[in-house]
Design a protein around this ligand. Structure first.
Ligand code: NAP
Length: 466
């Protein structure tokens, strides 16, 4: 080769673990990268792709699900392969994947709920809101959960958008939900629901609530629902300088003031907001929750300049037959992958995986999405997060242009999959199930009718039993 001749670097082979929004945005940016030809294999534990878009986004928020059109284009890309129904750590391990790829990216999200750590938290009828969300969205693991909605009052703990989602789903006219892709089992249970009042309990004040404007406002527009806010809680709300400059906070306070000014119309259902209140204990009979003890809080300055809730010692009991703990998601460790238990993330430096919190970089392994930065932000936040991770991946790849050549060919993973999990799913298999769900939806005047059991999914994909 003469001095002025250069060889283009070998194609980069990347495994993305988790086919949710973070995984898809990462795959998209990798295959569209100008400087290097990248091939991506997307691995997913369920036979269906899209992660939180399918199992988290509320069924009455169909427009948010429009992002799947971007993801469909990624799946159709000639340099992207989808391998569903493949559980990392069970069917394939880190030790299997690392030698087969130049780079591995973990995009597994935050798979569990945060705990409150109070007595009675595990009584029957006290659920993580994340389970309720997965149940009404037909996620296979939660499809068979048995939520008792034959109760008059539900208490939702937390002031985030998940709390708003679960409160809204509990109070929305089921005939409105019947026009969505809500799971059939959930629709049936909600049609028979006796829940007449939902109390949403926030440990801090209205200015510190995390929900966003559109989501909050939507609660005030639910047919057949009175929203109840104590005007004193809004008028007397503590607002820091920083909060008073935050348009989201200012608008939330305006919306809540509007709710507070409404006279009850005697609607059949009610949504009650309670601020500066923390659940401290749940009590029950025969193992099932019957009441929540709520302690009144005051706000005190925190070390970082924000404010935190501190109990005043004053408390009251509130009857509740259903408690949905909506206090945030939490990451779960992957087998043989470093983990930082506190924030529930894989330790990383700007997306480069570390061998321990504050430890050394592990070359060739990366993280993106909630398992990188914790469970915050909306679906679109993952696009910027993916851009950051992809930037460091490409920076590292540019330093080692020869590395791709040492890898096994793209067929090696197929051989492993055939051996470990013959019922693995490809993009063509998913396309068959997708078409079937859409067809069932069209016949019922709905966007889609979800299949919620893995066996049925596989059967419709022509894969037989798992
Ligand atoms: P979040 O926004 O972090 O809200 C969690 C809430 O739980 C906060 O109000 C928090 O209060 C409270 N909390 C935490 N620990 C508590 C405890 N021990 N006792 C009482 N309250 C406690 O989490 P999320 O609602 O699960 O949402 C996760 C992310 O998904 C967010 O970024 C959210 O915006 C996003 N999301 C978006 C949509 C949408 O766009 N429509 C829908 C759903 C979710 P403090 O503030 O005091 O910590």
């Amino acid at each position: 080769m003469s001095d002025n001749q250069t060889t283009s670097p070998a194609p980069l082979r990347v495994a993305v673990i988790g086919a949710g929004p973070a995984g898809f945005f990462t795959a998209d940016q990798l295959v569209r990268h100008k400087d290097r030809e990248v091939w991506v294999d997307l691995f997913e534990r369920w036979p269906t792709p899209y992660g939180l878009v399918r199992e988290g986004v509320a069924p009455d928020h169909q427009s948010i699900k429009g992002v799947t059109r971007v993801f469909e284009r990624v799946l159709a890309h000639p340099r992207v392969r989808f391998f569903g129904n493949v559980c990392f750590g069970e069917h394939l391990t880190r030790a299997d994947l690392v030698p087969l790829y130049d780079q591995v990216v973990y995009a597994v999200g935050a798979q569990t709920d945060r705990r409150m750590g109070i007595p009675g938290e595990d009584l029957a009828g006290s659920w993580p809101a994340t389970d309720f969300v997965r149940w009404y969205n037909g996620q296979p693991e939660c499809a068979d959960l048995d939520f008792d909605l034959g109760v008059a009052r539900a208490v939702v703990i937390g002031n985030g958008n998940v709390a708003v989602d679960v409160a809204r789903i509990l109070l929305t006219d089921p005939e409105v939900l019947a026009r969505t892709d809500i799971a059939d089992h959930a629709l049936e249970a909600l049609r028979a629901s006796s829940v007449r009042e939902v109390v949403m309990v926030g440990r801090r004040g209205p200015a510190q609530a995390k929900f966003t404007n559109v989501e909050l406002k939507e609660l005030g527009a639910l047919a057949g629902v009175d929203v109840v806010v104590d005007p004193a809680e809004i008028e007397g709300a503590a607002v820091s300088d920083e909060e008073s400059e935050d348009r989201r906070v200012v608008r939330n306070l305006e919306i809540l003031a509007d709710f507070a000014g409404r006279a009850p119309s005697g609607a059949p259902r009610r949504l009650v907001f309670r601020f500066l209140a923390s659940p401290v204990e749940l009590s029950g009979t025969d193992g099932a929750v019957r009441a929540v003890r709520i302690e009144r809080n005051r706000l005190v300055p925190d070390r970082d300049g924000s404010s935190r809730a501190e109990g005043t010692g004053e408390s009251e009991w509130m009857e509740a037959g259903l408690v949905l703990r909506s206090v945030g998601y939490h990451g779960v460790p992957l087998p043989d992958v470093p983990f930082d238990e506190g924030p529930g993330v894989i330790p990383n430096d700007g997306g480069r995986m570390l061998d321990a919190p504050g430890g050394e970089e592990v070359p060739g392994e990366y993280v993106v999405g909630w398992i990188k930065r914790g469970p915050s932000g909306v679906i679109g936040t993952n696009k910027a997060c993916a851009a950051d991770t992809v930037a460091v991946m490409m920076e590292d790849a540019a330093r080692k242009p020869e590395s791709a050549s040492k890898r096994a060919g793209p067929e090696e993973i197929l051989r492993l999959l055939e051996e470990r999990i013959p019922a693995y799913v490809t993009e063509a298999d998913w396309a068959r199930l997708d078409a079937e769900e859409l067809a069932r939806g069209q016949a019922a005047g709905r966007p889609r009718v979800k299949v919620v059991q893995v066996d049925e999914m596989l059967e419709l994909m022509g894969k037989g039993e798992q």
